[in-house]
Design a protein around this ligand. Structure first.
Ligand code: 5GP
Ligand code: MN
Length: 342
């Protein structure tokens, strides 16, 4: 981290801290926020986690979840803005671009240069808004960087079971249960250290992955049977989830998580996409995944107003239909194929 000593100096006296995850936080984003929040509280600070949107219920077990303010919930917005105004310092976790926290991004941009902002993240495409950065695109998870942060702060003994569970959940999910190439020996050592704190890693897996509703499982059956489309000549597959489908299966936040990976599990498929129609002005939200050398982060930033990692990225098309989104996807794939064959 650049200038870590200066940050430690700021944190020598009790501060009012506001911590943000990205929109629709996953286990890594939320787990990182809640782990850091508990850690800073133990160091005498007052903390508030403000999430730009809601998130899946399979994360509600995390310690501190009940105190998270959700900016899109109208009854929590005023309090969130109050906390944001009165904060001494901000932490941005698991995102590198202010657009990833929606409307909060504008509010935070007014604090740039006024109050210290800390960024801890592992996504590509970092913008220049933070005073302190712990940014490593090779880190398996932001939660891994939270562990590194705590270690640099000589605070490992403050990691109790609640904190360890949040960090472990973030690392477990962002590494696909330790199977993605981002899983380094360091990642596994940190996981082992967390286990030694006394956490039940098997239980954490169950809480996150074995928490389906019946309608979610039925939806998965439908999606694989009737929705998934392959384009073999472009080595790609995709899902298109319309509002009608979302309503039919009562799709909740998080219910489509992981779905896109099924398309990639087919031999020979290198790129997978999931297009999702949303009920608000967001238009089409999409998830992209790839195996090997194809960078979906590049595809997301070039065609879909997004970004992410080489093999896992996402974006938005605010004014498009599902059909238009799929057409753009095909065009992007053709371009990749041409580049490869040149
Ligand atoms: P997911 O498909 O799971 O929503 O996201 C995959 C990865 O892409 C995540 O690392 C996520 O942070 C990133 N990502 C998803 N949507 C967007 C987006 O709209 N903009 C940017 N910059 N990154 C995104
Ligand atoms: Mn992450």
């Amino acid at each position: 981290m650049n200038n870590f000593k200066a940050l430690q100096d700021i944190l020598l006296t009790p501060k009012k801290v506001v911590i943000f995850p990205h929109i629709k936080p996953d286990a890594d984003a939320l787990g990182s926020c809640l782990a850091l929040s508990s850690y800073l509280q133990k160091s005498g600070h007052t903390t508030t986690v403000i999430s730009p949107t809601d998130y899946p219920s399979f994360l509600f077990w995390m310690k501190g979840n009940d105190d998270v303010l959700i900016y899109t919930h109208k009854d929590q917005r005023e309090k969130a803005e109050e906390k944001l105004e009165e904060a001494d310092i901000y932490f941005c976790l698991d995102f590198s671009a202010l657009s990833r926290i929606d409307g909060l991004g504008h509010l935070l941009s007014t604090k740039v240069g006024q109050k210290p902002i800390v960024l801890i993240d592992h996504h590509r495409g970092k913008e220049d808004f933070a005073d302190f950065e712990l940014w490593d695109i090779n880190a398996a998870a932001t939660a891994q960087l939270i562990y590194e942060f705590i270690e640099m702060d000589n605070g490992l003994e403050k990691i109790d079971e609640d904190i360890a569970k949040c960090i472990y959940a973030g690392i477990m999910t962002d590494t696909g249960s330790f199977k993605f190439p981002s899983t380094s020996s360091r990642t596994l050592r940190i996981a082992a250290n967390l286990k030694e704190v006394g956490i039940d890693t098997s239980l954490i897996h169950n809480l996150v992955y074995d928490n389906n509703t019946e309608s979610r499982l039925r939806f998965l059956g439908y999606a694989l049977q009737e929705n998934l489309t392959f384009i073999p000549e472009l080595k790609a597959g995709y899902f298109c989830i319309s509002m009608e489908v979302r309503d039919r299966f009562n799709i909740q936040t998080g219910d489509t998580e992981g779905l896109v990976n099924y398309a990639l599990s087919v031999a020979g498929i290198q790129v997978a996409a999931l297009f999702k129609e949303s009920d608000d002005s967001e238009g089409i939200k999409l998830s992209l995944r790839s195996v090997g050398d194809v960078s979906v982060a590049d595809m997301a930033s070039k065609y879909f107003n997004g970004g992410g990692h080489k093999n896992a990225a996402g974006g938005r098309l605010p004014h498009s239909t599902l059909e238009e989104a799929v057409d753009i996807f095909k065009k992007a794939l053709q371009e990749i194929q041409q580049t490869v064959s040149e």
